[in-house]
Design a protein around this ligand. Structure first.
Ligand code: RB5
Length: 147
């Protein structure tokens, strides 16, 4: 899969763990930065380009990391066509895709450990949207807001 990753200073260290992890799984990884640790950087500068790439279909899924994962999810969800969520448990990591067609997972670099992050990412990437009528109906109501 073609996967995009992005992080600010709060998520930088975790992003640097995630990148080789994804490559080892055989994914093509597009890194939207940050490319160095800079405590003065701002998550929208990395997360919004990642979210736009997901929305435009340039990458299939995205992984956005900030300190808590909150700012990353707030920013990503402003981009039309993006369905992003902060994930802190295994169930939500796959159910978010199966029911809600999640296309960006947000993680907290200051909250989630490396192994847990890898577990959530694996569950997220292995999951597929079911396309069930009730889920399409619900997502349709959300998509109305983007018109
Ligand atoms: C940056 O210090 C921090 O606020 C940011 O990484 C993120 O946690 C925001 O939600």
């Amino acid at each position: 899969m073609k996967i995009g990753i992005a992080a600010d200073h709060g998520g930088y260290k975790l992003k640097e763990i995630i990148h080789p992890f994804l490559a080892k799984l055989g994914h093509e990884v597009i890194d939207f930065g940050a490319y160095k640790l800079d405590n003065a950087d701002d998550y929208p500068d990395f997360v919004i380009p990642l979210a736009e790439a997901v929305a435009e279909g340039e990458i299939e899924r995205g992984i956005a990391v900030c300190g808590s994962g909150v700012g990353a999810s707030v920013a990503a969800n402003k981009v039309k066509g993006v369905r992003a969520a902060l994930i802190n448990d295994h169930f939500s990591a796959h159910q978010g895709v199966e029911d809600d067609d999640l296309n960006i997972i947000c993680l907290g670099g200051r909250v989630t450990g490396n192994m847990a992050a890898e577990e959530y990412i694996t569950a997220f990437l292995n999951a597929r949207f079911t396309g069930a009528e009730r889920h399409l109906r619900r997502l349709g109501k959300v998509a109305e807001l983007e018109k």
